[in-house]
Design a protein around this ligand. Structure first.
Ligand code: ATR
Length: 268
């Protein structure tokens, strides 16, 4: 019997995680099965309990359940505590153990796959919702010279920032970005899902800047804006594959190679 894992979300039909983990399992010779489970919006805990009762060893958690997963767990990694959100469950020991591999996945994509050096960079993080919250800790710790969080609702950005050591962290509204420029601009808003884009000023990108959209698989209005402004661009496919690799490592103790899987995902 293969060890059972799953991705739990709602909706979850389009999740690439089952495919990614199947590639990892094949490449590393691990005997696992990986299911796709749509939990009812009011039934996350019940769904995890059922997976566990059926022998499930672990799960990835996606929208909108990452904060519920955080509350479900009896034990948490330091990075899950910092994010107050869980994307990876380990179900084999007594209490469910929760981790968050999103920030590590983003940093690995930026530094290894895209060859960026974050130390000393001026970074703008757009958004202060769940996606931003998951990656803020690792970004703060990465040695950036300046990390500005911009959000449509500035109060939400302020309360997110207040959870982290001040260091390079600043908060502002989009209308305060005029005259500022950045080496790296990360879109962690969900605006791209509706084809919209916060109003961004000209001159936002420094020479050699990268625009990174955490959404994957679509050319968002943000990436089109950045390209027109002369910036290099990337969607979030690499982050998706890297956070999955980090989850796989946590579950199986084996770190899968990611480059081939990422190339195949991009080509699909
Ligand atoms: P997620 O978990 O995907 O981050 P979320 O917690 O609902 O989802 O957060 C969505 C983020 O996208 C927020 O930062 C939101 O801004 P507000 O906090 O002001 O709501 C941002 N967002 C969504 N649509 C947007 C739009 N059209 N323009 C600007 N920001 C937008």
């Amino acid at each position: 019997m293969p060890d059972r894992y799953a991705v739990i979300g709602n909706p979850v039909a389009h999740s690439k995680s089952p495919w990614i983990h199947a590639q990892f399992a094949r490449a590393t010779g691990q005997d696992i099965e990986y299911l796709r489970i749509e939990a009812p919006l009011d039934g996350f805990a019940r769904t995890v309990d059922e997976l566990r009762a059926a022998g499930g060893r672990g799960a990835n958690v996606t929208l909108p359940f990452k904060e519920q997963a955080f509350r479900y767990c009896g034990a948490l990694s330091a990075r899950a505590q910092q994010a107050r959100a869980v994307n990876t469950l380990l179900l084999e020991r007594g209490a469910a153990y929760g981790d968050n591999t999103d920030g590590a996945g983003l940093l690995r994509d930026l530094t290894v796959n895209l060859g960026r050096t974050l130390a000393g960079e001026r970074v703008l993080l757009m958004g202060a919702g769940g996606a931003a919250q998951g990656v803020l800790g690792p970004l703060v710790a990465s040695g950036v010279a300046r990390l500005v969080i911009a959000n449509r609702t500035p109060e939400r950005a302020r309360s997110l920032a207040a959870r982290f050591p001040a260091g390079p962290l600043e908060v502002c509204g989009y209308d305060e970005l005029a005259g500022q420029s950045f080496d790296l601009v990360i879109n962690a808003t969900s605006a791209g899902l509706t084809g919209s884009l916060p109003a961004l000023p000209d001159g936002l990108f420094r020479a050699g800047a990268l625009a990174y959209d955490m959404l994957y698989g679509s050319d968002t209005a943000f990436l089109a804006f950045a390209r027109a402004a002369g910036a290099a661009t990337s969607d979030g496919s690499g982050m998706l594959v890297e956070q999955a690799a980090e989850s796989f490592y946590l579950w199986r103790g084996v770190r899968p190679a990611t480059a081939g899987v990422l190339a195949a995902l991009r080509a699909a």
